[in-house]
Design a protein around this ligand. Structure first.
Ligand code: GTP
Length: 334
């Protein structure tokens, strides 16, 4: 449970909001009911129940976006009803509500929802003067403070979003080549051999590619020249594969390309095309560069470790067979 909260930021935020709403709003629902403010009591109770159900839904389905939007919308309606029913005392509740909304939906959507709430409150007070604000000074103060709070929350939430995206990208990419990194590869292999297997009509192929005599480039032209070859190789691989075919850096000068929804002959054709493109286009300061490739199709019920090991064995045969060639792995046996 804690591992899931650590991995899924949205689920963690939604759960936190759910917990705070449950702990803080439930006593108010009871109190309002006890003092006879039935509308506010029902609204508070609805907020608690709806938020709890949405959190449960997010945990069960993983759909945190839908659950977040649902809770944020319920909050918007709830805050309008509470404020219009309680008058100035209810206005205090809009400030934690503003913060909550930024926890639940993306920043721009949160800002739009808040503008909608503010406009609704102003329209309500114009239609029924004296129900929400005591006088114009109170109205102006509320509009200014709620706008400032919303604006700064927006700026803060937007910065957080940008930084989180940067961190996610840094955690997923190889710093030198920009290819997806080993961590992403492990996740993709696990997914392909697990849940992904069920939703696929055709096969999935793993190409394990290793540059030939790469040490020579480093030794003769320097490490920086070697680095440049790796960068150029990834660009070349990305150029000659489909957008859905991910390129991963497995380590050193070894790369993995996962081809989704292919037959064996298609996978071999792609590997052969890549080998030819590399031999024709990839240059180092010491001359042309070539690559050897092992190809393996995921077998039924096969574990990803065995799939990778078969591709590695095929790559080994390509190397020992003279390099600059593609070798198909032996079929998986149970
Ligand atoms: N420039 C550079 N070199 C790297 C990087 N990672 C690994 N290497 C080098 O890649 C070389 C790999 O050498 P080997 O494993 O002997 O492979 P090879 O020379 O390509 O020989 P074969 O694979 O048998 O054809 C080593 O010299 C590593 O130092 C990197 O990020 N940048």
């Amino acid at each position: 449970m804690f591992a899931r909260l650590q991995q899924d930021f949205h689920l963690a935020m939604l759960s936190l909001v759910g917990l705070i709403v449950f702990l803080c709003v439930t006593p108010y629902a009871v109190y309002r009911y006890w003092e006879g403010s039935y509308l506010v009591a029902y609204v508070d109770a609805t907020l608690v129940v709806a938020t709890s159900l949405a959190v449960l839904y997010a945990w069960l389905t993983g759909n945190t976006k839908g659950a977040g939007l649902f809770v944020a919308s319920i909050f918007c309606v709830g805050v309008v009803l509470v404020v219009s029913s309680l008058g100035p005392v209810g206005l205090f509740w809009t400030y934690p509500f503003i913060i909550f909304v930024f926890f639940l939906v993306p920043p721009f959507r949160a800002l739009l929802l808040l503008v909608l709430v503010l406009v609704t409150l102003l329209a309500w007070s114009a239609w029924l003067p004296g129900t929400i604000f005591d006088d114009r000074v109170q109205l102006t103060s509320f509009v200014v403070t709620a706008t400032v709070t919303s604006f700064f929350s927006y700026v803060f939430a937007y910065r957080m979003l940008v930084q989180r995206r940067e961190l996610e990208s840094m955690a997923a990419r190889d710093a030198l080549t920009g290819a997806a990194n080993r961590r992403e590869l492990d996740l993709a292999l696990e997914f392909a051999a697990g849940a992904g297997r069920r939703s696929r009509d055709k096969d999935i192929a793993l190409l394990l590619l290793d540059l030939d005599f790469f040490k020579k480039i480093n030794d003769e032209a320097g490490h920086q020249a070697g680095d440049q070859v790796l960068v150029n190789l990834v660009q070349l691989l990305q150029k000659h594969t489909r957008l859905s075919d991910q390129v991963y850096r497995f380590g050193g000068e070894e790369f993995v390309i996962l081809l989704d929804d292919v037959e064996a002959d298609e996978a071999l054709a792609v590997a052969e095309k890549l080998r030819q493109r590399i031999a024709a286009e990839l240059q180092s300061q010491t001359g042309a560069v070539s690559a050897s490739i092992g190809v393996a199709l995921l077998g039924p019920q096969e574990a990803w470790q065995s799939w990778l090991a078969r591709a590695d064995a095929a790559l080994y045969r390509a190397k020992s067979g003279g390099r600059n060639q593609v070798v198909m792995a032996q079929a998986h046996t149970q």
